[in-house]
Design a protein around this ligand. Structure first.
Ligand SMILES: [Zn+2]
Length: 178
């Protein structure tokens, strides 16, 4: 009886191993086959994709827009730690919200995650942030607060020019005296 049970277990283990081996084989060779197939038929696939998009424009656009909308919501929700809103004034109209690099290092950061310098809040930036596991150092701002932050930053830079600073102070004094 015990021997029978041991034999049964051994058969089960062997059967399982065989199944696993088969799965691994198909997984590996299936992937290789598909990779090879894609490589060999690149032009055919491109043509097929193009035709499909032309014949299914509404379906294609709907998927594209939904993907963008959902991705934006997901990214802004993450960086707002809840319902998307401006970290300064609390404005929560998603159409007016953008991502902002807290330490103004957007340019280097975009380069490091291989995103175009113009893609500050676009779909490629959102996709890259998700792909990178939502790196730290970003916040959500409304367009107004973001613009004001940029203006203040530029002003701070300009004030490093002593001549500009002095003349600006004279203008302020003149205005106050008038
Ligand atoms: Zn704001």
């Amino acid at each position: 009886m015990i021997l029978k049970s041991i034999l049964l277990i051994m058969v089960m283990v062997m059967a399982k191993s065989k199944k696993d081996i088969n799965q691994d084989y198909h997984k590996k060779h299936g992937l290789e086959y598909h990779r090879e197939y894609r490589g060999k038929n690149r032009d055919k696939r491109r043509k097929w994709n193009k035709e499909w998009i032309e014949n299914n424009r509404d379906k294609y656009n709907a998927s594209k827009y939904l993907y963008r909308d959902r991705l934006k919501l997901e990214v802004l929700t993450h960086y707002s730690k809840g319902k998307p809103k401006c970290a300064i004034c609390g404005m929560d109209d998603i159409d007016c919200l953008v991502l902002d690099h807290i330490n103004n290092n957007g340019s280097e950061h975009r380069k490091s995650i291989k995103v175009s310098s113009r893609a500050s809040s676009g779909v490629s930036m959102h996709a890259a942030l998700k792909r990178e596991g939502f790196p730290e150092g970003l916040q959500v701002l409304c367009a107004n607060c973001n613009t004001k932050k940029q203006i203040e930053l530029c002003r701070k830079e300009r004030l490093k020019n002593p001549v500009y600073k002095e003349r600006l102070e004279c203008d302020v004094d003149d205005t106050a005296a008038a």
